[in-house]
Design a protein around this ligand. Structure first.
Ligand SMILES: CC(C)(COP(=O)(O)OP(=O)(O)OC[C@H]1O[C@@H](n2cnc3c(N)ncnc32)[C@H](O)[C@@H]1OP(=O)(O)O)[C@@H](O)C(=O)NCCC(=O)NCCS
Length: 177
């Protein structure tokens, strides 16, 4: 199977929303992805999908907002059944390379203080902590860590994209639909 990334389409919305619900305790409101896709010209929406012959399976989603030469990660998620096997870092590398082509110089985000996997991933990409916002997440009152990173030259991101194919032993890893 090969993991490919592309712009999100309207036809992807139902799958995207279901991954969002599985990946986060506080998923986005029902129409939020559609709004970003159709109305927000500053939003960039991408998905990652595994292709296996004729079959393709969306496993990743991201929404990035662009303001002048800065980008803000609105959301990024990997389907839980596919987490922790390198998809997130390939996706983030793809996103950063896309942002280079839009002349973005810096990228910002918020992340839950307890989200060790995401924080680890961001630090690998050169993100550092700028500060925190207490009581930021309404579902559990959790603190948000504010992080940012300078966008690097594209060569930096290549190491995460080096054509490595992820393989899965099928049954247990298949998405439950
Ligand atoms: C955060 C997320 C996008 C990362 O994607 P992923 O495909 O799971 O991540 P990867 O497999 O590419 O990388 C995971 C890294 O975290 C590391 N990791 C795993 N468990 C860890 C833990 N408990 N503490 C610290 N690091 C951990 C892995 O070892 C790996 O790092 P390495 O390559 O240096 O070994 C994904 O887990 C996800 O969708 N989570 C739920 C939604 C979310 O939290 N989104 C981010 C919001 S800011």
């Amino acid at each position: 199977m090969i993991l490919l990334f592309r712009q999100m389409d309207l036809e992807d919305l139902e799958t995207v929303k279901s991954i969002d619900k599985l990946a986060f305790p506080n998923p986005w409101p029902e129409n939020a992805f559609q709004y970003e896709l159709e109305k927000n010209t500053n939003a960039r929406l991408w998905v990652g999908e595994f292709q296996d012959g004729e079959k393709s399976t969306i496993v990743a989603l991201a929404v990035i907002w662009i303001i002048l030469d800065e980008a803000h990660i609105g959301t990024i998620a990997i389907h839980p059944a596919y987490q922790n096997r390198g998809c997130g870092q390939q996706f983030l590398a793809f996103i950063c390379r896309q942002l280079i082509s839009e002349n973005i110089t810096r990228i910002f985000l918020e992340v839950r203080k307890s989200n060790d996997v995401a924080i680890h991933l961001y630090q690998k990409f050169g993100f550092t902590i700028d500060g925190e916002r207490k009581h930021y997440y309404r579902d559990n009152n959790e603190t948000a860590i504010l992080m940012s990173a300078a966008i690097k030259k594209s060569g930096f991101y290549d190491q995460f994209l080096l054509d490595y194919q992820l393989t899965f032993d099928s049954a247990s890893k298949e998405i439950q639909e």
